[in-house]
Design a protein. Structure first.
Length: 164
């Protein structure tokens, strides 16, 4: 069963994440070592947070001690992992009922602090968290005179309409 707001937000996240990975890949050789490192750290942070909350939604433990990898993956590995997790979130949301989104999940942050969020709040968190950090990456690209990916819901809807 598809739940439009959550499913649409996750579809936009998947589209925007792929766009950012593509924009970084296209421009990676033009970035300084410092800027390339910043881009990898941004992608890694988004991805690790997505994976942590994926585990919370699945009721499974994770091994992350912080909201970033202990060893920085390369761009290709990150892009592949991001695509895989985004696909998982999109499929996951489509299997939930409206009542499922209201189910609370108890978990522990990497800081050790206990927390409780509804499944729907977790989905909103990963979507909004990714948006914030894609904006960081886009700003770095723009500061270097490079074109960032399209990231707005209006861009997503315009592109979807063109494909229809």
């Amino acid at each position: 069963m598809i739940h439009q707001p959550y499913s649409q937000l996750l579809a936009i996240k998947r589209w925007a994440d792929r766009g950012l990975c593509d924009a970084i890949a296209r421009n990676f050789d033009q970035l300084s070592n410092e800027d390339a490192s910043i881009m990898l750290r941004i992608l890694d942070h988004i991805h690790v947070v997505d994976r942590i909350f994926q585990h919370h939604l699945q009721g499974l433990p994770h091994t992350f001690q912080a909201p970033r990898s202990e060893k920085m993956p390369d761009l290709e590995t990150l892009a592949s992992g991001i695509e895989e997790v985004d696909d998982w979130y999109t499929s996951y949301a489509d299997t939930l009922t409206a009542r499922d989104f209201e189910q609370p999940i108890d978990f522990v942050f990497t800081s050790g602090k206990r927390a409780r969020m509804l499944k729907g709040e977790i989905v909103l968190h990963v979507c909004l968290h990714g948006t914030y950090h894609r904006g960081n990456a886009g700003a770095v690209l723009q500061l270097r005179g490079l074109t960032p990916s399209r990231d707005a819901i209006t861009d997503f809807l315009e592109e979807a309409a063109e494909l229809s």
